[in-house]
Structures are given as C-alpha cells and as structure tokens.
Write a protein that binds this ligand. Sequence first.
Ligand SMILES: Cc1cc2nc3c(=O)[nH]c(=O)nc-3n(C[C@H](O)[C@H](O)[C@H](O)COP(=O)(O)OP(=O)(O)OC[C@H]3O[C@@H](n4cnc5c(N)ncnc54)[C@H](O)[C@@H]3O)c2cc1C
Length: 472
Amino acid sequence: MTPPHIHDSVAPESDADVIIIGAGISGSAAAKALHDQGKSVLIVEGNDRIGGRTWTEPEGAPGGPIDNGGMFIGDTHKHLIELGTSLGLEMTPSGKPGDDLYVVQGEVLRAPNEQLDPSLPFVPEYLASLEALDELADSVGWEHPWDSAHAAELDSKTVATWIAETFEHEEVRRLHTVLVNTFLGADPYDVSLLYWAYYVSECEGTKCLMGTRDGAQWAWWFGGAAQVSWRIADAIGREKILLEWPVDRVEQDDSGVTVFSGQRSLRARHVVIAMSPLASNQIRFTPALPTSRAQLQARSPMGRYYKVQARYPSAFWVKQGTSGALLDTDDVGVFLLDGTKPTDTLATLIGFIGGSNYDRWAGRTEQERKSAFLDLLVKSFGPQAAEPSYFHETDWTEQEWAKGGPVTYMPPGVMSHFGAALRDPIGRIHFAGTEASLQWSGYMEGGVRAGQNAAAAIVETLDATTRKEALL
Ligand SMILES: Cc1cc2nc3c(=O)[nH]c(=O)nc-3n(C[C@H](O)[C@H](O)[C@H](O)COP(=O)(O)OP(=O)(O)OC[C@H]3O[C@@H](n4cnc5c(N)ncnc54)[C@H](O)[C@@H]3O)c2cc1C
C-alpha cells in the first residue's frame, strides 16, 4: 500500500461539524470516530504527508518498507490494535529469540531471558532501582499526577538529582540515564522527577515500558505504522484532508471556530488540536488561551532524537544467539532493537539516540556518526556488522512540524502547575494528540485514545445540541 496522494480540493469556505488540526494517528483516529458517527470532518495538516510522528516510506529503502518514526505496538495497546485490525492491517511479533546485550563501561554483557547476571556487582542495585522507580510511579499514578501526595516535591527536582542521590554504582546511574534518553529523547537533567514517574506509571511500569519482546515493544504492522492514517484517509475520503495547510490562527466565538492558514480559512462547530503541546504553541488563539494551557504549551519541549537503521543481508546476530536488543551506556548511548519483519529481504537493526547522546551525536559529521555506530555493532555482534547494505538516520529535530521526538517531556515545575491543562477542552477547542491521553501518552496507542476521546466528547455535545434544537 502506498501513501495516499491528497489534493487541496475542498474550497476554503467549506464548513464541517469538526475541523481536526493535524493528520497524525491521533487526528486520524478522531476523524474516523467522528465520521463513523455521521459527523462531517475536515483535517488540515501542515506537512505534505499524513502520519505525523508515524512516517512510513513503503519504497524508501532496500529490503522492505521503512518506518522513520513510531513503529512498535505494545501488547496492551488495545485501541490501536482494534483500530488497525478494523482497517485490515495485520501484525507480526517483533521480538527475536536470544540474549539481549548491555554495553557497560567498555564491557559487552549478555542478558539471557532479559536478565543481567545477578552476580555482577552493580546488578542487585540496578534491579532494586527499577523496583524503586515502579514504586515511585505507583505513588504518582497516571490519572491526576499533579494531585498526588508528593507532587510538588517530586516536581521540584530533576531525574538527574534523583539518580545522583539514590544510586551508588556508576553503571546504575548510566543505565537510568540511557533509559530517559531512549524513552523521552531528553536527559535526566532536563526532566522533572514527577513527569518521569508519571510516564512510567502511564506506560504500566518499567517492565512494560522497557520490554524487548513484549510490553511496549511487542509487535509491528506489516507494511508500516503510517498505514493506520493512510487507511483512515481512504475510509473518510481523501478529499477531506488538506495537506500543506499549516494553521497559524484559531478564533473561537459563540457559534463556532474559524481556523486560518495565512489568507485561507475554514469554519466548523468544533475544532480538535491533534498535536503535541509544543506544536500547538505555534498557533495564535483568539480569545487567548487560559494561562494554564498557554503555560503548558510554552513550557513543554519535545525530545531530541535520532532513529538510526542499519540493514544487512541476514540477521547474523540471531545465529549468534543474540536477539539484536542492546542497551549501550558508553559512547553512543543507544537503545537497539531488531527491526526485521518476515516480509523483509534485508535484516534491520534499529537504534534510538536521545538527550545528551543526541547532542554529542549531532556534533559529529555523518561519517563519524556512522563509524561510531558501526564500531559499537562490531564490538557487540562481530565483524559482519561492519558493512551494512544500507544505513539511514532520521534526525527528528529537523522535522518542521513534529519539532522533535519521540515525545513531549516536562521540566521541573510544569506538570504540578499546568499538567491538568493537557486534556481539558476550552469551549469548542478540544485537545487530542498522544500527550492528551490518560495512558500510553507518548505512544501511538495514546494518540488513538486521545483522538477517540475528543471525538466522543464532541459527538455528545453535537447530539445534545441537536436534541435541544429539535425541542424548540
Ligand atoms: C523516532 C520515533 C520513534 C517512535 N517509536 C514509537 C514506537 O515504536 N511505538 C509507539 O507507539 N510510538 C512511538 N513513537 C511515538 C509515536 O510516533 C507518537 O506518539 C504518535 O505518532 C503521535 O501521534 P499524534 O497524532 O499524537 O501526533 P503527531 O504524529 O505529531 O501528529 C501531529 C500532526 O499535526 C501536524 N501539525 C503540527 N503543527 C501543525 C499546524 N500548525 N497546522 C497543521 N498541522 C500541524 C503535524 O505535521 C502532524 O502530522 C515514536 C516517535 C518517534 C519520533
């Protein structure tokens, strides 16, 4: 399946019940839910493609379709799985048999059954540290983390302070650093401890978050993740999606909302902002947003992130009894996973590099980055890793509309003061985007949930209005 080619064929003066700003998976899920309920929708999208942080190129690389963005489906991502399956997509498990690897202070350590050798001096503290993080996450929860008992205290310190205060072994400190780098694209010194604890909680704990063959990294769609949005575009009608239509202004009044892109405008009864808080901060709202939402948007950055992919004639690492999963806490600071689907003709290793590792990486030339990455693979998997058939990197900070990746993070002082504004509608303005989801915020699943929630709230309001009008 190829991405739909969509034309700007709807006249600017066209009305709809709902305008959705953003054709990522969240806006697409909202559009489908509204369309299925008989509401008219238009999606306006700044980019020249749909999918947002899911970005599949069906023929973009030798060996099979390539996903430059979100890709892994978790075993509890029920809304995503149900939506994708209803659109005719099929899943394939992602995990490979074999030992995971850890690279810690120059040594490559094997972890059979995902377990590091407990006799290594730092391992007992590492295992206890994950339990401590889970306990902290449980104490914060995911529904109203800003109201949790120690919210203000936890939000006054960074994850870096917590790591330094709590753990003795340098290896444990480094492992926690790379976890934050990997899952938020940020560094522990960037991130509020309250936000990190909330993130772990809303992703069902460290085991689920970090699983290399279950949990959040359980499966993929054959053909790529952006197909969810492409198929929704087909289902609702491609003419309902206006590409290269970047919204710069939203005006709300008593009877509706007008959405502007330069000189162009569209009007609807409700609008869904289906993007990250940072992306929505580029839009001017009239009347001005309440302080809490405005501050949330102004103070919630996106991570900084490289996704690196190396493809080889065969998955030689599997033949060596390794799964391809690797966590490097040394020079590269990468989380690596096998990304080979049964339909691919080349085998893929995928690396994620974020936070201060991103900063160091970005300061190198393309050739230096490639050499450093391949050197790590050679050290871990042997000389066959030296010559990939294909090498590709996506720098998400260069993506104009995403403004970073993989997700939003919050520095100290934001979640406890302004977190509640993530989800609350403001009159006819509704917030979707993965960040607005109660759970799996930061993931495709969260995008689907937030989109469907916004759609359900709008349907309720529209139907109530219709009933009221019928009585008059
Ligand atoms: C490298 C990477 C790896 C990831 N890996 C995974 C993974 O394995 N599994 C997983 O579940 N998740 C993963 N994620 C996260 C996942 O991709 C996102 O959580 C999800 O796609 C977010 O969807 P969304 O619709 O909420 O937001 P987005 O996809 O960001 O959609 C927002 C849309 O709004 C558009 N837009 C922005 N500003 C404007 C404007 N002013 N006017 C009009 N349109 C605008 C954007 O172009 C975009 O299309 C990853 C992300 C990245 C970057």
